[in-house]
Design a protein around this ligand. Structure first.
Ligand SMILES: [Mg+2]
Length: 271
């Protein structure tokens, strides 16, 4: 089964500073239905914010939502969200030393961080806002107190929209990458039959994990650079950089997702 997986903000959603093609979202909705593609959203958004995006931008419901940067997985079936309990069990087994409370205690008092609102936290996601100018000191202090003790990954990203640094502690087994690997396995898809589209930060992991990757044209320079570096080390990686110009589309956001899906044959004009 072909899977089309995509990040939301500034990948599928046209909420950056580039101009979007007005018809792209309708086209995406149509093409994914026409081709019976399994659609997966892989996003930092929680369920509530994902539904807001669906309403605001008119994107279709996905078949599967890997939300909260991969720490929750839900299926959307017959108009109802169903939490994947198997994923929770899987993560608990795979990251036995994960301990939210201990992480919270360990980072308490680090200057320059502030815990995010409770809707952005869950049993597998402990997140903070970081004063971006203090990120080097913060990350050094975090490494000293946390690194390697809790089967964790420490992900720092910068939200260029509002100038906030974001720090996530996640179980190493529950990230955008591992969540998508789990979904691929559930649906019996080979990794190369999974197309993943992204634009920034933590998209680097699924983009360099052996899936068929797509960078939308508006991808962050830093992500482009990191992906090119990975390509040098591992030339077998499949990554496509959306260029624009395809069918009169710009290559930004949704248009880049569509261009990438055609590139890998997820969409095609010959039935
Ligand atoms: Mg994004």
């Amino acid at each position: 089964m072909k899977i089309l997986a995509t990040d939301l903000d500034r990948t599928l959603l046209p909420n950056g500073r580039w101009k979007a093609d007005s018809q792209a979202i309708d086209l995406f909705n149509e093409l994914t239905l026409q081709h019976h593609v399994l659609v997966v959203y892989v996003t930092g958004r929680n369920l509530n914010l994902t539904e807001q995006a669906i309403r605001k931008f008119g994107i279709r419901y996905p078949d599967v939502l890997c939300g909260d940067v991969g720490t929750s997985i839900r299926r959307y079936e017959n108009g109802v969200w169903k939490l994947d309990e198997g994923w929770i069990t899987h993560v608990e087994h795979a990251s036995p030393r994960w301990n939210v409370k201990a992480i919270k205690d360990a980072v308490a008092g680090i200057d320059g961080i502030r815990e995010q609102e409770s809707e952005h936290l869950n049993r597998f996601k402990q997140s903070y806002y970081v004063v971006h100018e203090k990120r080097d000191e913060v990350l050094r202090a975090v490494d000293e107190r946390i690194k390697g003790r809790f089967d964790e990954v420490i992900v720092y990203s910068f939200d260029s929209q509002d100038g906030k640094g974001l720090l996530d502690f996640l179980p190493a087994s529950a990230t955008k990458q591992t969540a998508l690997e789990y979904v691929a396995e559930e649906f019996g898809s080979r990794k190369e039959d999974v197309v993943f589209c992204g634009d920034s930060g933590n998209d680097i992991f699924p983009l360099t994990a052996g899936f068929s990757g797509v960078l939308v044209k508006n991808a962050d320079e830093q992500l482009v650079e990191n992906v090119r570096k990975s390509l040098k080390e591992n030339p077998d990686l499949r990554v496509y950089f959306a260029k624009g110009g395809f069918r009169g589309l710009s290559g930004y956001y949704t248009s880049g997702v569509i261009e990438g899906a055609y590139h890998y044959g997820v969409f095609s004009d010959t039935p």
